[in-house]
Design a protein around this ligand. Structure first.
Ligand SMILES: O=C(O)C1=C[C@@H](OP(=O)(O)O)[C@@H](O)[C@H](O)C1
Ligand SMILES: C=C(OP(=O)(O)O)C(=O)O
Length: 442
């Protein structure tokens, strides 16, 4: 994005054991879900603990474009959503352009929500967004839309063009093997139509905890929703109750927390993340269970989770449910005894970058031997890791993960560190505060 600072690279200096406590900013996934529910609710909402980052800013801009007022307070962590001037768009209205940058949640949730709400829109983003699939979601909406929806890039990728007056009542089916965001988007769109809906998932459903999170947020905003698991098939039933505005409190981001927990793991330190517990709505708190299998000790308290580093061993792990933490884990695997096999994350190739191929490439620069598989990778740690200058591929999780390698290997340079703005603009400043040592900018 154009207003990111241009910083060529950052170097994180090894500091020995990382010990401390931290509260990461609000969850991206919860902030963007709460914004959708609040924007289409009757009545106003106040969202506390929200994330301020590129991914939430594009969502805020989009809901403002349909007349929803969003006031930002407390440095961005409080969002006051006022729906009293929300427009009533129609199929023949002039087209509204919405720039979504590279936010998967924003484009998938809005494609569904706006098609249910009605109006004429074009949703577009950066080049990578125009290579990220959305065709299965568009096909599902095509079955119920009163109007027209299409993708404008080859292979079913954005931009997405929507001309809709609403959805017809009826059953929807959607594929879930590429992204759970399609199903989450349809679930959140259904109450906007105020008719009952049933959504059937066809085939595998990846990243399942996000779907449970969607239902939980929707219920908080008054929706009537149940998820049915039967004979290995998932379907969702949504009643005709719409959303009502509420005061809603957002958990800190568990995917962001993974970097701080991993910092304890790889340095033999101790890091407490405040505001997250084993009962958090975000599946990514399960990352600590993976660290436990690798040899760390975990302490769950009433309002925090602590990781204490130990001697690390390589493991064989299916990360389908917590795929945003694969890059974090790969850094821990570099310092473990024995190889680590990561399975179940074929869908990681469709995210901000190819998070299997491109991650393998950077791990090799650090001296690891990496076998790439269709559904993941095997990481053989090097006897002695090598310093390297690492590409980040416009992927915030690459930059945040690579900082962990820098905590153990002198001379690791991370290119374009400001790409963390997508979900965590202050990541390097927060890491610096936690480790109590400056990193080097150049
Ligand atoms: O619904 C969500 O909030 C998310 C779902 C996941 O995507 P996939 O379902 O595509 O794995 C995850 O990677 C993303 O960061 C956030
Ligand atoms: C995959 C991610 O984001 P999104 O799909 O929302 O762009 C992520 O944050 O790691």
């Amino acid at each position: 994005m154009s207003d990111r600072p241009t910083i060529p690279f950052v170097e994180v200096v090894p500091v020995g054991r990382v010990c401390g406590r931290i509260r990461p900013p609000g969850s991206k996934s919860l902030t963007n879900r709460a914004l959708i529910c609040a924007a289409f609710a009757s009545g106003n909402s106040v969202l506390a603990g929200a994330l301020k980052s590129e991914d939430t800013e594009v969502m805020i801009d989009a809901v403002r474009a349909i007349g929803v007022a969003v006031q930002i307070a407390d440095g961005g962590s409080t969002l006051c959503v006022d729906t009293s001037a929300r427009l009533v768009p129609k199929i023949g209205d002039q087209r509204t352009e919405m720039f979504i940058a590279n936010s998967g949640t924003t484009i998938r949730f809005l494609t569904a929500a706006l098609s249910a709400f009605g109006g004429h829109y074009r949703l577009h983003g950066v080049d990578r967004m125009h290579q990220r699939p959305i065709g299965d979601l568009v096909a599902a909406i095509d079955g119920v839309i009163e109007g027209h929806i299409e993708t404008m890039s080859a292979d079913g990728c954005p931009p997405v063009l929507i001309q809709s007056s609403s959805w017809r009542p009826g059953e929807l089916s959607v594929a879930g093997s590429v992204s759970s965001q399609y199903l989450s988007g349809l679930m959140m769109a259904a109450p906007i139509t105020t008719v009952s809906s049933r959504i059937q998932v066809v085939g595998e459903l990846v990243s399942r905890p996000y779907v449970d999170m969607t239902a939980e947020v929707m219920r908080s905003f008054g929706a009537d929703i149940s998820i049915v698991d039967a004979n290995d098939c998932v379907s969702v039933e949504i009643g005709s109750a719409g959303y009502r505005g509420i005061d809603y409190s957002i958990e800190p981001d568990a995917s962001a927390a993974s970097y701080f927990w991993a910092a304890a793991a790889i340095t033999g330190g101790e890091v407490t993340v405040d505001g997250l517990t084993a009962n958090a709505m975000q599946g990514d708190v399960g990352f600590v269970d993976v660290l436990e299998k690798m040899g760390c000790k975990i302490r769950s308290d009433k309002n925090s989770i602590t990781v204490v580093g130990g001697k690390l061993v390589g493991i064989d792990v299916d990360m389908n449910l917590i795929s945003d933490t694969v890059q974090t884990l790969s850094m821990v695997a570099l310092f473990a005894d024995g190889p680590t096999r990561v399975r179940g994350v074929a869908h990681n190739r469709f995210k901000e970058t190819d998070r299997i191929g491109d991650l393998a490439c950077e791990l090799r620069k650090l001296g690891a031997t990496v076998d790439e598989h269709d559904d993941g990778m095997t990481i053989h740690p090097p006897a002695t890791p090598t310093p390297a200058t690492l590409e980040t591929y416009h992927d915030h999780r690459m930059a945040m993960s690579f900082s962990l390698a820098g905590l153990r290997i002198p001379g690791v340079k991370i290119l374009d560190p400001a790409c963390t703005s997508k979900t965590y603009p202050d990541y390097f400043a927060d890491l610096e505060r936690l480790i109590g040592h400056p990193h080097l900018w150049a």
